[in-house]
Design a protein around this ligand. Sequence first.
Ligand code: TXA
Ligand code: MG
Length: 346
Amino acid sequence: MQTTRLWKIEDNTQENQIAIQEAAELIRQQEVIAFPTETVYGLGANATNHQAVAKIFEAKGRPSDNPLIVHVANREQMKPYVAAVPPLADKLIHAFMPGPLTVILPSNGTIANNVTAGLSTVAFRIPDHPVAKQLLESCQLPLAAPSANRSGKPSPTKASHVYDDLYGKIAGILDGGTTGVGLESTVVDCTGEIPIVLRPGGITKEQLEQVVGNVMLDPALAEQHDKPKAPGMKYTHYEPEAPLWLIRGTADFFQSTVDRIEREGKKVAVMCSEQLAASLQADQIKVIGSQHDLTQIAVHLYDALRSFKKTDVDIILCESFPQTGVGEAIMNRLTKAASVVVDEEK
Ligand code: TXA
Ligand code: MG
């Protein structure tokens, strides 16, 4: 077991400067450090060093064919690693970075090849969080950083989530409180004529279109929503401790599903909006925000998924949300987390 340092960063004090410098020094020594970003906590290591990056995969238990996002302090720091910054990528960078957007650019092959999983492209993001910014400034290195959870678990939005998953497996955790957006960045492939959203996230398709016009959603995203869940899908994602059923239908249908499972003697927990909660009878109800403000649902989603313990719950039932704005990202994550989608219409 590795010693894991814990630093609490409350505001811009002298002690905080020292903590960030200590974390940066460990990164320069090719260690792995968890740090807050505005989306979720990241698990960072020197993206130019193969051995340092290998420690990320080991700590997370992450399959090596899943590439990592490289975090930099500014646009200039992408240049040493890319073959070009296509004009549409440039527009998106100027409009949304720093912020919850990741751009896929053509690689020039200099970034460690376990970052890119051997692809000819590399993903970049400029995080908009004071602690992430100071860490990048202080270590003066590009940081490869996936979400700081064990592979398959919900991404961490609090330092305590990182602690639960990775304590003893990494060199340190910078605790900067709860993250702002709550879901990961939007990943956009900028290597073709039209930008393609590979993963919906904090920046919506509508926002991207305002800057670059036509934007496509990766067709694979729609398939995930429409196809019934098959056993043996490649990897599990965002998995809570009890099976999650995603319910599509009216409040009455939701209630009848709760009743049916409870009649079987099973313990049901519900994750839903305050509006649905008001008309629902169930043993455990976790309210994650309002139907009128999907950004709040995004903020609370992963914490809620982590809050249920298998000793208390047999099945988690979750409300579906409209796929507009950040709802696209919310439904993408919920569909991946769900073992079953129960549709009133079918
Ligand atoms: O908000 C975020 O993006 C967080 C914070 C920590 O920055 N990071 C994050 O990383 O979510 P991770 O590893 O959990 O997700 C990275 C995603 C994966 O879906 C991966 O397949 C995709 O980005 N990705 C990375 N490089 C890629 C590439 N060259 N081509 C296509 N997809 C890529
Ligand atoms: Mg992740």
